[in-house]
Design a protein around this ligand. Structure first.
Ligand code: PLP
Length: 420
């Protein structure tokens, strides 16, 4: 891909006019700053609300008022089968078969549930390999899983760090650590995209390497889902989970998701904690003993659908169905490269972009590491109508999201930074 970017506003506007996805921007509600849309570069933390959500939410509330319990059958989207509306769209987003995905719970809860299925330490195979400096929730989850089986986290958890002085992790080092762990390795669990640096890992190669030593391989896709193309089934990933409130725009605390490869999901021997919603539908309402798992990832469901928490998710997935992951990725590659180009033209501020420079090794996020005055720059951005994300000790994360951001947002961001 060869780009010839330039720094003029006209260039940005011309790109937006050619953008086949430009109309999606109008379907989102932007926070306002001085009667103008903010530059919202925080979709990697909380995606924006789409205009359909309020209408759809009101319609569920109205159905509850009108039907009471009969809403399970009579509501426009009957609540009894409400949970079934997500698998088709999610399967396209994560690259899986419909039976391999399910919308349920929240991310950390799903991570625990999947570890209960895939981390079953025995016979000297008890170690978990993860990236150093992973998101705290993932660290806590893994630490307590390991303790639950009586192991010492310092021994049972292997962390891969960037090399001395570097910020991103060399894939070669991951592969070597997998080999070194050999048959002591039970599970590899990493972020598909690292939340801090924005590094996108080669999940296919990593999965292959984990399988070669006999370990299971899972990914936390919080920063990957809805951001980069995924092919979980073809990559032979064993399990994965994600949240829906970042790139999937499904609202604060929105329902999470999980993927289980069909070879495990369709195997009734795979251990899973059970609840009535994961039982085979044919016998779910017989109210008898003896859990019979439904087919696939759906059998990990415990409870009936949290309808109000799923409304925004459905509204968002409609937009993903229309926009499609390949078109979003195509725009994202160009827009993020354009923003990186603009940032490279600045010489009034001292920062480095620690996100990988190769477009195929990152998603929509750029992480700017400041040598000094990072916090001041961040406040100045906020005062000028930019919503970005601050991470201690001195990183500003920005994410031009292809669903609703545009090239002019990038240009406004550049002009504000230039004026500081
Ligand atoms: C956002 C994020 C979480 C958040 O977990 P919740 O259970 O949804 O609160 C966990 N892990 C990673 C890597 C994240 O980026």
């Amino acid at each position: 891909m060869i780009h010839s970017f330039d720094t003029s506003l006209e260039y940005a506007q011309a790109q937006d006019q050619m953008d086949v996805l430009h109309s999606f921007r109008e379907r989102f509600l932007f926070p306002q700053h001085q009667n103008k849309n903010v530059v919202y570069f925080c979709g990697n933390s909380l995606g924006l609300q789409s205009t359909a959500v309020q209408y759809l939410m009101n319609s569920e509330l109205a159905d509850w008022a009108k039907f009471g319990v009969e809403g399970h059958f009579e509501a426009k989207n009957p609540w009894l089968s409400y949970h079934q509306q997500f698998a088709d769209s999610l399967a396209k987003i994560v690259g899986a078969h419909k039976e391999e995905v399910v919308a349920m719970n929240t991310l950390t809860v799903n991570l625990h549930l999947l570890l209960l299925s895939f981390y079953r330490p025995q016979n000297g195979r008890y170690k978990i390999l993860m990236e150093a400096g992973a998101f705290p929730s993932d660290q806590y989850a893994i630490e307590t899983q390991v303790r639950m089986y009586g192991y010492d986290p310092n021994d049972a958890i292997i962390e891969i760090s960037p090399r001395e002085g570097a910020h991103i992790i060399e894939e070669e080092d991951i592969l070597k650590a997998i080999d070194d762990a050999g048959d002591s390795l039970a599970v590899l669990l990493m972020g598909g995209v690292n939340y801090y640096t924005g590094q996108l890992f080669d999940m296919k190669i990593i999965t292959q390497a984990a399988h070669k030593v006999g370990a299971y391989c899972g990914f936390d896709l919080a920063h990957a889902v809805g951001n980069v193309p995924l092919a979980l089934h073809d990559w032979d990933v064993d399990f994965a989970c994600w949240c829906s409130y970042k790139y999937l725009n499904s609202g604060p605390g929105g329902v999470g998701g999980a993927y289980v490869h069909e070879k495990h999901g369709n195997n009734p021997e795979t251990f899973r904690l059970a609840g009535w919603w994961g039982n085979d539908e044919k016998t779910r309402f017989k109210m008898q003993k003896g859990f019979v798992p439904a087919k696939g990832a759906a059998s990990w469901q415990m409870s009936n659908a949290p309808v109000f928490n799923m409304v925004a998710h459905r509204a968002s997935l409609d937009l993903f169905d229309k926009a499609t992951v390949p078109a979003l990725r195509e725009k994202s590659l160009r827009m993020t490269a354009y923003l990186a180009f603009l940032l490279q033209q600045l010489n009034n501020l001292s920062f480095t972009i620690i996100t990988p420079s190769h477009p195929e090794r990152r998603g929509a996020q750029l992480s700017l590491l400041f040598a000094e005055k990072g916090k001041e720059v961040f406040s100045a951005l906020t005062n000028n109508g930019v919503i970005a994300d601050w991470r201690e000790p001195n990183v500003i994360r920005i994410a031009p999201v292809p669903m609703y951001n545009n090239f002019e947002d990038c240009h406004r961001f550049y002009e504000i930074l230039k004026s500081l």
